[in-house]
Design a protein around this ligand. Structure first.
Ligand code: FAD
Ligand code: FES
Length: 317
Protein backbone atom coordinates (compact mmCIF):
# COMPACT_ATOMS: atom_id res chain seq x y z
CA UNK A 1 0.00 0.00 0.00
CA UNK A 2 1.56 3.28 -1.01
CA UNK A 3 0.22 5.68 1.54
CA UNK A 4 1.22 6.55 5.05
CA UNK A 5 -0.36 6.77 8.44
CA UNK A 6 0.49 9.52 10.89
CA UNK A 7 0.44 9.19 14.63
CA UNK A 8 0.59 12.49 16.50
CA UNK A 9 0.68 13.52 20.17
CA UNK A 10 1.17 16.78 22.06
CA UNK A 11 4.57 17.99 20.86
CA UNK A 12 5.34 15.37 18.20
CA UNK A 13 4.31 13.04 15.39
CA UNK A 14 5.63 10.10 13.33
CA UNK A 15 4.51 8.83 9.90
CA UNK A 16 4.94 5.26 8.66
CA UNK A 17 3.88 3.10 5.71
CA UNK A 18 0.43 1.55 5.82
CA UNK A 19 -0.16 -2.19 5.65
CA UNK A 20 -3.76 -3.35 5.91
CA UNK A 21 -2.70 -6.72 7.35
CA UNK A 22 -1.26 -5.11 10.47
CA UNK A 23 -3.05 -3.03 13.06
CA UNK A 24 -2.05 0.60 13.44
CA UNK A 25 -0.63 -0.40 16.85
CA UNK A 26 1.60 -3.06 15.27
CA UNK A 27 2.75 -0.61 12.58
CA UNK A 28 3.47 2.10 15.13
CA UNK A 29 5.46 -0.23 17.40
CA UNK A 30 7.41 -1.57 14.39
CA UNK A 31 8.21 2.05 13.49
CA UNK A 32 9.66 2.57 16.96
CA UNK A 33 6.77 4.44 18.58
CA UNK A 34 6.18 2.88 22.03
CA UNK A 35 2.39 3.25 22.06
CA UNK A 36 0.99 2.07 25.42
CA UNK A 37 -0.77 -1.29 25.03
CA UNK A 38 -1.68 -4.35 27.00
CA UNK A 39 -4.43 -6.75 25.88
CA UNK A 40 -4.12 -6.30 22.08
CA UNK A 41 -7.77 -7.26 21.68
CA UNK A 42 -9.68 -4.00 22.23
CA UNK A 43 -10.40 -4.58 25.92
CA UNK A 44 -8.00 -2.56 28.03
CA UNK A 45 -8.18 0.84 26.29
CA UNK A 46 -4.43 1.44 26.70
CA UNK A 47 -3.94 2.12 22.96
CA UNK A 48 -6.84 4.58 22.71
CA UNK A 49 -6.41 7.38 20.16
CA UNK A 50 -8.53 9.88 18.29
CA UNK A 51 -8.97 9.66 14.53
CA UNK A 52 -8.32 13.23 13.37
CA UNK A 53 -8.04 12.80 9.59
CA UNK A 54 -9.26 10.07 7.28
CA UNK A 55 -8.30 10.50 3.62
CA UNK A 56 -7.48 14.13 4.44
CA UNK A 57 -10.92 14.82 5.95
CA UNK A 58 -11.68 15.27 9.66
CA UNK A 59 -14.49 13.01 10.89
CA UNK A 60 -17.81 14.79 11.46
CA UNK A 61 -17.83 13.87 15.18
CA UNK A 62 -15.09 13.04 17.70
CA UNK A 63 -13.99 9.49 16.84
CA UNK A 64 -12.10 7.43 19.42
CA UNK A 65 -10.46 4.19 18.26
CA UNK A 66 -8.34 1.42 19.77
CA UNK A 67 -5.21 1.23 17.63
CA UNK A 68 -4.80 -2.53 18.25
CA UNK A 69 -8.16 -3.08 16.53
CA UNK A 70 -7.68 -0.52 13.74
CA UNK A 71 -6.51 -1.35 10.22
CA UNK A 72 -6.17 1.71 8.03
CA UNK A 73 -7.29 1.44 4.41
CA UNK A 74 -6.84 5.15 3.62
CA UNK A 75 -4.21 7.75 4.62
CA UNK A 76 -5.13 8.62 8.19
CA UNK A 77 -3.93 10.54 11.20
CA UNK A 78 -4.50 9.37 14.77
CA UNK A 79 -3.78 11.46 17.86
CA UNK A 80 -2.61 10.04 21.19
CA UNK A 81 -3.49 11.92 24.35
CA UNK A 82 0.02 11.73 25.81
CA UNK A 83 3.59 11.63 24.51
CA UNK A 84 4.37 7.90 24.07
CA UNK A 85 8.10 8.54 24.40
CA UNK A 86 7.79 10.06 27.82
CA UNK A 87 6.28 7.21 29.81
CA UNK A 88 8.61 4.37 28.67
CA UNK A 89 11.64 6.23 30.03
CA UNK A 90 10.44 5.16 33.44
CA UNK A 91 9.54 1.59 32.48
CA UNK A 92 12.16 -0.75 33.89
CA UNK A 93 12.53 -4.46 34.40
CA UNK A 94 12.85 -5.61 38.00
CA UNK A 95 13.50 -8.91 39.70
CA UNK A 96 11.16 -8.85 42.66
CA UNK A 97 10.48 -11.18 45.54
CA UNK A 98 7.11 -12.16 47.00
CA UNK A 99 6.84 -10.61 50.47
CA UNK A 100 3.30 -11.74 51.38
CA UNK A 101 0.17 -13.31 49.94
CA UNK A 102 -3.06 -12.77 51.89
CA UNK A 103 -6.55 -13.86 50.97
CA UNK A 104 -8.43 -10.79 52.20
CA UNK A 105 -11.89 -11.70 50.88
CA UNK A 106 -13.26 -14.92 49.40
CA UNK A 107 -12.06 -13.86 45.95
CA UNK A 108 -9.38 -11.20 46.44
CA UNK A 109 -5.73 -11.71 47.28
CA UNK A 110 -3.39 -8.95 48.45
CA UNK A 111 0.00 -9.63 46.90
CA UNK A 112 2.98 -7.69 48.23
CA UNK A 113 6.29 -7.90 46.41
CA UNK A 114 9.58 -6.18 47.11
CA UNK A 115 12.26 -4.89 44.75
CA UNK A 116 16.03 -5.20 45.49
CA UNK A 117 17.64 -2.58 47.81
CA UNK A 118 18.99 -0.35 45.03
CA UNK A 119 15.87 -0.56 42.87
CA UNK A 120 12.86 1.52 43.80
CA UNK A 121 9.94 1.84 41.39
CA UNK A 122 8.31 5.28 41.15
CA UNK A 123 4.77 5.33 39.81
CA UNK A 124 1.87 7.67 39.11
CA UNK A 125 -1.53 6.83 40.59
CA UNK A 126 -3.52 4.76 38.05
CA UNK A 127 -0.53 2.96 36.51
CA UNK A 128 0.04 -0.79 36.41
CA UNK A 129 2.92 -3.27 36.42
CA UNK A 130 3.40 -6.36 34.27
CA UNK A 131 4.21 -9.43 36.36
CA UNK A 132 5.74 -12.60 34.94
CA UNK A 133 5.78 -15.71 37.10
CA UNK A 134 6.55 -19.39 36.51
CA UNK A 135 5.99 -20.83 33.03
CA UNK A 136 6.06 -17.30 31.62
CA UNK A 137 2.54 -16.45 32.82
CA UNK A 138 2.36 -12.68 32.37
CA UNK A 139 -0.46 -10.43 33.55
CA UNK A 140 -0.94 -6.73 34.24
CA UNK A 141 -1.99 -5.49 37.70
CA UNK A 142 -2.76 -1.98 38.91
CA UNK A 143 -0.35 -0.73 41.53
CA UNK A 144 -2.18 0.11 44.76
CA UNK A 145 0.88 1.54 46.50
CA UNK A 146 4.67 1.60 46.60
CA UNK A 147 6.39 2.14 49.94
CA UNK A 148 9.53 4.25 49.36
CA UNK A 149 11.21 2.96 52.51
CA UNK A 150 10.51 -0.78 52.40
CA UNK A 151 10.17 -0.81 48.54
CA UNK A 152 7.09 -2.96 48.96
CA UNK A 153 4.61 -2.86 46.08
CA UNK A 154 1.02 -3.86 46.81
CA UNK A 155 -1.51 -5.35 44.38
CA UNK A 156 -5.07 -6.56 44.92
CA UNK A 157 -5.95 -9.45 42.65
CA UNK A 158 -9.35 -11.00 42.00
CA UNK A 159 -9.18 -14.78 41.68
CA UNK A 160 -10.82 -16.12 38.54
CA UNK A 161 -11.87 -19.75 38.14
CA UNK A 162 -9.23 -21.58 36.10
CA UNK A 163 -7.33 -18.32 35.54
CA UNK A 164 -3.63 -19.04 35.09
CA UNK A 165 -2.30 -16.24 37.29
CA UNK A 166 -5.11 -16.88 39.79
CA UNK A 167 -4.07 -20.55 40.00
CA UNK A 168 -0.44 -19.59 40.45
CA UNK A 169 -1.43 -17.31 43.33
CA UNK A 170 -3.54 -19.90 45.14
CA UNK A 171 -1.57 -23.05 44.42
CA UNK A 172 2.06 -22.30 43.69
CA UNK A 173 3.09 -18.86 44.92
CA UNK A 174 5.21 -18.82 48.07
CA UNK A 175 6.79 -16.10 50.18
CA UNK A 176 10.35 -15.49 48.98
CA UNK A 177 9.65 -16.67 45.43
CA UNK A 178 11.18 -14.56 42.64
CA UNK A 179 9.21 -13.00 39.82
CA UNK A 180 9.85 -10.55 37.00
CA UNK A 181 8.18 -7.17 36.90
CA UNK A 182 8.07 -4.44 34.25
CA UNK A 183 6.67 -1.06 35.05
CA UNK A 184 5.23 1.32 35.70
CA UNK A 185 3.00 1.48 32.62
CA UNK A 186 -0.28 3.04 31.58
CA UNK A 187 -1.81 6.45 31.19
CA UNK A 188 -4.93 6.27 33.36
CA UNK A 189 -4.46 9.73 34.87
CA UNK A 190 -6.34 12.83 35.93
CA UNK A 191 -7.34 15.37 33.28
CA UNK A 192 -5.38 18.62 33.07
CA UNK A 193 -8.61 20.54 32.49
CA UNK A 194 -11.11 22.13 34.88
CA UNK A 195 -14.53 20.50 35.10
CA UNK A 196 -17.52 21.11 37.35
CA UNK A 197 -17.71 17.58 38.66
CA UNK A 198 -15.62 14.39 38.53
CA UNK A 199 -17.05 10.90 38.90
CA UNK A 200 -14.75 8.03 39.86
CA UNK A 201 -16.53 4.78 39.11
CA UNK A 202 -15.26 1.29 39.89
CA UNK A 203 -16.47 -2.24 40.32
CA UNK A 204 -14.58 -4.93 42.25
CA UNK A 205 -10.79 -4.66 41.94
CA UNK A 206 -11.30 -1.72 39.53
CA UNK A 207 -11.14 0.29 42.75
CA UNK A 208 -7.34 -0.26 42.88
CA UNK A 209 -6.22 2.18 40.13
CA UNK A 210 -8.85 4.68 41.31
CA UNK A 211 -7.62 4.41 44.90
CA UNK A 212 -4.05 5.06 43.74
CA UNK A 213 -5.22 7.97 41.57
CA UNK A 214 -7.04 9.57 44.50
CA UNK A 215 -4.17 8.98 46.96
CA UNK A 216 -1.80 10.82 44.63
CA UNK A 217 -4.20 13.63 43.68
CA UNK A 218 -2.58 16.96 44.65
CA UNK A 219 -4.42 20.21 45.49
CA UNK A 220 -4.15 21.56 41.93
CA UNK A 221 -5.71 18.44 40.44
CA UNK A 222 -8.30 18.38 43.19
CA UNK A 223 -9.37 21.90 42.18
CA UNK A 224 -9.46 20.96 38.48
CA UNK A 225 -11.70 17.99 39.32
CA UNK A 226 -14.39 20.21 40.90
CA UNK A 227 -16.95 18.36 43.02
CA UNK A 228 -15.80 14.75 43.43
CA UNK A 229 -17.78 11.53 43.86
CA UNK A 230 -16.50 7.96 44.14
CA UNK A 231 -18.95 5.15 43.29
CA UNK A 232 -17.85 1.59 44.02
CA UNK A 233 -20.04 -1.29 42.92
CA UNK A 234 -19.74 -4.72 44.56
CA UNK A 235 -21.97 -7.76 44.80
CA UNK A 236 -22.08 -8.07 48.61
CA UNK A 237 -20.45 -6.65 51.74
CA UNK A 238 -18.19 -9.72 51.74
CA UNK A 239 -16.49 -8.42 48.58
CA UNK A 240 -15.23 -5.23 50.23
CA UNK A 241 -11.55 -4.60 50.82
CA UNK A 242 -9.42 -1.44 51.24
CA UNK A 243 -12.51 0.16 52.81
CA UNK A 244 -10.80 2.01 55.68
CA UNK A 245 -8.11 3.32 53.34
CA UNK A 246 -10.76 4.53 50.87
CA UNK A 247 -12.74 6.27 53.61
CA UNK A 248 -9.56 8.00 54.80
CA UNK A 249 -8.52 9.27 51.39
CA UNK A 250 -12.07 10.42 50.58
CA UNK A 251 -12.36 12.30 53.88
CA UNK A 252 -8.96 13.95 53.36
CA UNK A 253 -9.71 15.03 49.79
CA UNK A 254 -13.36 16.00 50.15
CA UNK A 255 -14.69 13.19 47.97
CA UNK A 256 -18.27 11.92 48.42
CA UNK A 257 -18.02 8.12 48.65
CA UNK A 258 -20.83 5.69 47.94
CA UNK A 259 -20.62 1.89 47.97
CA UNK A 260 -23.33 0.15 45.96
CA UNK A 261 -24.37 -3.49 46.21
CA UNK A 262 -26.00 -5.49 43.46
CA UNK A 263 -26.79 -8.68 45.41
CA UNK A 264 -26.76 -7.97 49.15
CA UNK A 265 -30.05 -8.50 51.00
CA UNK A 266 -29.00 -5.90 53.62
CA UNK A 267 -28.84 -3.10 51.04
CA UNK A 268 -31.03 -1.79 48.22
CA UNK A 269 -29.94 -3.60 45.07
CA UNK A 270 -28.32 -1.13 42.67
CA UNK A 271 -25.58 -0.69 40.10
CA UNK A 272 -23.26 2.25 39.51
CA UNK A 273 -25.17 3.02 36.31
CA UNK A 274 -28.38 3.58 38.35
CA UNK A 275 -26.69 6.62 39.94
CA UNK A 276 -25.11 7.97 36.77
CA UNK A 277 -28.29 7.73 34.73
CA UNK A 278 -29.87 10.45 36.89
CA UNK A 279 -27.05 12.97 36.28
CA UNK A 280 -26.49 15.70 33.74
CA UNK A 281 -22.84 15.08 32.85
CA UNK A 282 -22.22 17.91 30.38
CA UNK A 283 -19.74 19.64 32.70
CA UNK A 284 -18.24 16.45 34.18
CA UNK A 285 -15.32 14.06 33.76
CA UNK A 286 -15.79 10.33 34.35
CA UNK A 287 -13.02 7.88 35.33
CA UNK A 288 -14.17 4.25 35.14
CA UNK A 289 -12.16 1.15 36.07
CA UNK A 290 -13.02 -2.54 36.18
CA UNK A 291 -14.18 -5.34 33.93
CA UNK A 292 -14.88 -4.45 30.32
CA UNK A 293 -18.66 -5.00 30.39
CA UNK A 294 -19.13 -2.51 33.24
CA UNK A 295 -16.84 0.05 31.61
CA UNK A 296 -18.67 -0.34 28.26
CA UNK A 297 -22.06 0.11 29.97
CA UNK A 298 -20.83 3.20 31.82
CA UNK A 299 -19.23 4.60 28.67
CA UNK A 300 -22.43 4.32 26.64
CA UNK A 301 -24.57 5.75 29.41
CA UNK A 302 -22.39 8.76 30.22
CA UNK A 303 -22.16 9.79 26.57
CA UNK A 304 -25.98 9.65 26.44
CA UNK A 305 -26.03 11.87 29.55
CA UNK A 306 -24.05 14.58 27.74
CA UNK A 307 -20.44 13.71 28.64
CA UNK A 308 -17.87 14.70 26.03
CA UNK A 309 -15.85 11.63 24.88
CA UNK A 310 -12.49 13.23 25.68
CA UNK A 311 -13.54 13.52 29.36
CA UNK A 312 -14.15 9.80 29.70
CA UNK A 313 -11.15 7.86 30.99
CA UNK A 314 -11.18 4.11 31.34
CA UNK A 315 -8.95 1.45 32.84
CA UNK A 316 -10.33 -1.82 31.54
CA UNK A 317 -9.26 -5.15 33.06
C1 FAD B 1 -4.07 -2.48 32.83
C2 FAD B 1 -4.66 -3.63 33.59
C3 FAD B 1 -4.72 -3.56 34.98
C4 FAD B 1 -5.28 -4.63 35.70
N1 FAD B 1 -5.33 -4.55 37.07
C5 FAD B 1 -5.90 -5.55 37.76
C6 FAD B 1 -6.00 -5.48 39.21
O1 FAD B 1 -5.54 -4.51 39.85
N2 FAD B 1 -6.60 -6.51 39.85
C7 FAD B 1 -7.13 -7.59 39.17
O2 FAD B 1 -7.69 -8.49 39.82
N3 FAD B 1 -7.02 -7.70 37.82
C8 FAD B 1 -6.42 -6.72 37.11
N4 FAD B 1 -6.30 -6.83 35.74
C9 FAD B 1 -6.71 -8.10 35.09
C10 FAD B 1 -5.51 -9.08 35.09
O3 FAD B 1 -4.49 -8.61 34.23
C11 FAD B 1 -5.87 -10.50 34.60
O4 FAD B 1 -6.49 -10.41 33.35
C12 FAD B 1 -6.78 -11.24 35.54
O5 FAD B 1 -6.20 -11.29 36.84
C13 FAD B 1 -7.03 -12.67 35.07
O6 FAD B 1 -5.80 -13.37 35.01
P1 FAD B 1 -5.74 -14.95 35.18
O7 FAD B 1 -4.42 -15.37 34.63
O8 FAD B 1 -6.08 -15.34 36.57
O9 FAD B 1 -6.90 -15.46 34.24
P2 FAD B 1 -6.75 -15.92 32.71
O10 FAD B 1 -5.96 -17.16 32.60
O11 FAD B 1 -6.29 -14.75 31.91
O12 FAD B 1 -8.25 -16.24 32.39
C14 FAD B 1 -9.28 -15.22 32.52
C15 FAD B 1 -10.64 -15.89 32.53
O13 FAD B 1 -10.84 -16.51 31.28
C16 FAD B 1 -11.13 -17.86 31.50
N5 FAD B 1 -10.43 -18.63 30.45
C17 FAD B 1 -9.10 -18.69 30.26
N6 FAD B 1 -8.82 -19.48 29.20
C18 FAD B 1 -10.03 -19.88 28.73
C19 FAD B 1 -10.44 -20.72 27.65
N7 FAD B 1 -9.55 -21.29 26.86
N8 FAD B 1 -11.75 -20.91 27.47
C20 FAD B 1 -12.67 -20.33 28.28
N9 FAD B 1 -12.34 -19.54 29.31
C21 FAD B 1 -11.04 -19.33 29.53
C22 FAD B 1 -10.60 -18.24 32.88
O14 FAD B 1 -11.33 -19.29 33.44
C23 FAD B 1 -10.77 -16.95 33.63
O15 FAD B 1 -12.05 -16.89 34.20
C24 FAD B 1 -5.76 -5.78 35.01
C25 FAD B 1 -5.69 -5.83 33.61
C26 FAD B 1 -5.15 -4.77 32.91
C27 FAD B 1 -5.10 -4.85 31.40
S1 FES C 1 -4.03 -2.87 23.67
FE1 FES C 1 -5.60 -1.96 22.51
S2 FES C 1 -7.33 -2.01 23.77
FE2 FES C 1 -5.81 -3.15 24.88
Amino acid sequence: MDFSITLSWPGGSRSFDANSELSVLELAVAAGVPVPNSCQRGDCGQCKAELVLSDGIPPTAEKIVYLCMTHSLTPSEYRLKGDPFRAPELVRAYRAKVRSIDRITENVVRLVIVTPPNKFMEFCGGQFARLTVVDGITRDYSIASVDPISREITFYIRLLNSGKFSNWLTERATVGQLLQMRGPMGCFALLEQAVGRSWFVATGTGIVPIYALLCRMDDDHSRLCGQKTLLWGNRTEGDLFLLDELKTVCAAKDIAFQVIFSQDERHPKARVTDILVKQDLADSAVYAAGFSQMVCDVHKLVLDRGLCESRFHADIF
